[in-house]
Design a binder for this molecule. Sequence first.
Ligand code: FES
Length: 574
Amino acid sequence: MPKKTPEELRSHRWYGVDDLRSFGHRSRAAQMGYARSEYLGRPVIAIINTWSEINPCHFHFRERAEAVKRGVWQAGGFPVEMPAISLSEPFQKPTTMMYRNLLAMETEELLRSYPADGAVLLGGCDKTTPALLMGATSMNLPTIFVPAGPMLNGAWRGKTLGSGSDSWKYWAELRAGTITEKAWNEIEDGIARSPGHCMTMGTASTLTSVAEVLGFTLPGAASIPAADANHPRMASASGRRIVEMVWEDLKPRDFLSAESFDNAVTTAMAVGGSTNVIIHVLAMAGRAGIDLDLARFDAISRTTPMIANLRPSGAYLMEDFYYAGGLRALLKQLGDRLALDCRTVNGLTLGENIADAEIFDADVIRTPETALSAEGGLAVLKGSLAPDGAVIKPTAADPKLLVHRGPAVVFDDYNDMAARIDRDDLAVTADSVLVLRNAGPLGGPGMPEWGMLPIPRKLLKEGVRDMVRISDARMSGTSYGTCVLHVAPESFIGGPLALVRTGDVVSLDVPNRRIDLEVSEDELARRRAAWTQPPPRFQRGYGVLLSRHIAQADKGCDFDFLEGTAPTAEPEIH
Ligand code: FES
């Protein structure tokens, strides 16, 4: 039963009252060619569109926005497309992560300051999903998420290519001299064949899956390839549904709960998802007022089998996953590891939405017995090198390196690393531990995806393809290797990573969740006393805001003034 009357719509205050301001709003709607009957008394649906000509992952969103509008009109709503900053992972420097909170703020403020009764969010490229969901959760209007969908499988000389993963792989082969420039150029033309986000189980696919399991999408939406005709049908269905949600007054914080966030973490572990998901889910939970910490990720990881056989940890890609039954089938396989009574945007529970799901390829979506790994894809480490935590993706690492001691080779920042990593006189062996610092939330700035440090060229030529690498950076969800990431506190603010010197012994023990620097406390105290903080990265602009307010990685990197559930003040309508 509808809970709202037309007079109770938020937009009524803009359009429906009888005063000078409403005259202005209605006359300006008329200026755009709309008759009163087209919008008056109807739910106004803001379509927050992150389309841009600089974002290949969202290149189809102009058309998808039209499909959403079609659905909104059909259900009796009034769609209004609102462009928002497009965080384009392949192009934006130094990293889109710097701007996640900016898009979150923009989403919240667009919804707050305009006459929106509900929102359809169009996103998918890495940071866009958490940013849109964070902003919409804070605003807490009825919201539905339309994921961009993965691009089609890459193809080259009869081989299937995966976003990111195969770039790194064949780049290493090119540097080692085992493939030609011609082959490398062919790979460039074959690795990204359609609109859509990266089609490995990288950050984008993990986060759209998280959005679905949290209840933000229609069932099955996250797995549909962008180029599939089911994708615009899902978009128009989302447009129809959001209008109903406005009348029902079904808002994000009505269905987000500690249980739904546990479901999100469980799913991320089961798909072997990106390490980045930890930061984003922490931030999203913070916006919903849900307590979540790194320890919860590790606890769930230890008991969740990794049942999706998807790259970079497994063999297949998102298109294969869709044909195998997609996320609904995987969630059905997880069964009562999930809280199935959590509600979702279609008004049904997660359990009801997956009740009839089937697995069509048992090699792609495994059982707990045939899982790729008995535990989830991510582990949280602590120790003298990371007192507040660090993360690793053991399933993407060489198993031989998961317990390792070796001498550090330290790079002070990215430029230092880039200048020295391939030099023949770099004192490094396969047992060395590569350390990169000043790559965290403040030091990077924005925590760039530099955490998969390249293997030194001279070792590549000897056949080395993995080494232990440690940083306060993130790494792409499509990356792989024994990379310890998100070290907190970061080196830029004097975390222990700032004190490591070349030659110090570092020990990694993933089974026992330890990362330690084998240097005495006395010596560390001497080094700490001599340490000075690098100068501020920014003198003006958004960077100053970021520097003053961003949280460390173990807290999700949100801005302190955006966390929590304090109500967003409604604008006065004058
Ligand atoms: Fe957009 Fe990977 S570049 S999702």
